[in-house]
Design a protein around this ligand. Sequence first.
Ligand SMILES: Cc1cc2nc3c(=O)[nH]c(=O)nc-3n(C[C@H](O)[C@H](O)[C@H](O)COP(=O)(O)OP(=O)(O)OC[C@H]3O[C@@H](n4cnc5c(N)ncnc54)[C@H](O)[C@@H]3O)c2cc1C
Length: 439
Amino acid sequence: MNFYELIVIGGGAAGLMAAYAAATSARDDATRKIRVAVLEKMPRPGRKLMLTGKGRCNLTNVKNWEDFQIHVHPNPRPLRPAFYQLSPEKLLQLMAEEGLETVVERGDRAFPASHRAVDVVDTLQRMVCNRGVQIFCGKEVTGIQRLPADNESGIETAEPRFEMLCADGSRWRCRSLLIATGGLAYPMTGSSGDGLRWAKELGLSLKPTFPSLTALVPTGYKTAEINNEHIIERDTPLSELGQLFRGISLKNVGLTLYIDNTRVREEVGDLDFTDGGLEGPLGFRFSRQCVHAMRNGSHIRLEIDLKPGVSEDKLSREQKSLAELLPGDIARAFSATAPDRNNATAVPKGLTEMARLAYLLKHWSFPIAGYVGYERSVVTAGGVSTDEISPKTLNVKNIPGLYLAGELLDLDADTGGYNLQIAFCTGFLAGQSAVHSML
Ligand SMILES: Cc1cc2nc3c(=O)[nH]c(=O)nc-3n(C[C@H](O)[C@H](O)[C@H](O)COP(=O)(O)OP(=O)(O)OC[C@H]3O[C@@H](n4cnc5c(N)ncnc54)[C@H](O)[C@@H]3O)c2cc1C
């Protein structure tokens, strides 16, 4: 039987930062020895971190809280104390102290100056190990058990409160337990939802989970039929139509979302058609709302405005040909789809040819058949309800000694470094709190 005062399950962004914060707090107050261990099921920690930002790791976003919280869903308030405990500036300062230079790019997004995600993982691992934390890899926790209360007096003792069993048969006990096992997205990185299962077993309430920051698949884009959940896996072959679109990037276009034919949202940004479907920063921003609505049985339609800066009226008076208005690949895809699709919706009758073209350019319609599932979605929406935790400590309200951090919680965000900031700052606060409660 192995005993540590604090065990962190999961060596991802949240877990590594939690272990660092815990070990640092324990050292600051050396009155009692607090040993910290990380149990990670993969052969090495930070597997998902390595993939982040297309291998460049967009590790945070340096917006202030007011601007940051707009990008956090479904409710940013429980995140606030953690955000201030390790704000984006503090995170970057900490990284600099540990030898990792960073740069801030367009949209306040911070990256390692080397543009190598592996440097972030190495830095975190070094920070943790230098503080005496032991990281055990290949340790897949399969079950958690709460041990009977030893001490009714309320005085802190070193008695264990939790016991974990690993797939290799090893048993681990700890006084405080911090679960940072992530969500369900990209399960090949190790995040397969184990923490969500344990949370349920421990009696915590969960908000329904669904993939977010994922490709939306237009009707007819792939060869496969959709299932009830509207999941169309990324490797499903493209149809002829999909092949026509794949590789098209649209810069600064307007996107309008219709849910059951009601216009609900409109934004301008960049869209990419890929082998998955409709992606890019703008597509990702809309994906959370689209997936959620589809899972509730609603019909989704997106409308692209190829000329958001020009009014329909002005466009129709310009008397330009399609070749003058659009690059070749976009013009081809547009000609093949826009007239048909819009006949099925509502092109005003009696327009001149040019006015009709102007209308179609500003209302290119894409009914959405489904979305790419957890296998290749960036983040999990939903998770352990934030009502279950005290935001100032991230302690589970009714379970002394149990802390939660990272994507496991019902907190997710847009692309732009927000999700890693959530993981880092909740890990940091939970790690500190877990140790402070034992001092
Ligand atoms: C392709 C991709 C790119 C991304 N890019 C960015 C980006 O650039 N910027 C950004 O902000 N966010 C990005 N994200 C999102 C971000 O990576 C996650 O939100 C973040 O990693 C969540 O951190 P976490 O520590 O909660 O979970 P994870 O990083 O998923 O870590 C959980 C860890 O727990 C371990 N674990 C799980 N179950 C067990 C078990 N039973 N026993 C032991 N260990 C276990 C896992 O192996 C894993 O190492 C990206 C995500 C993906 C998939």
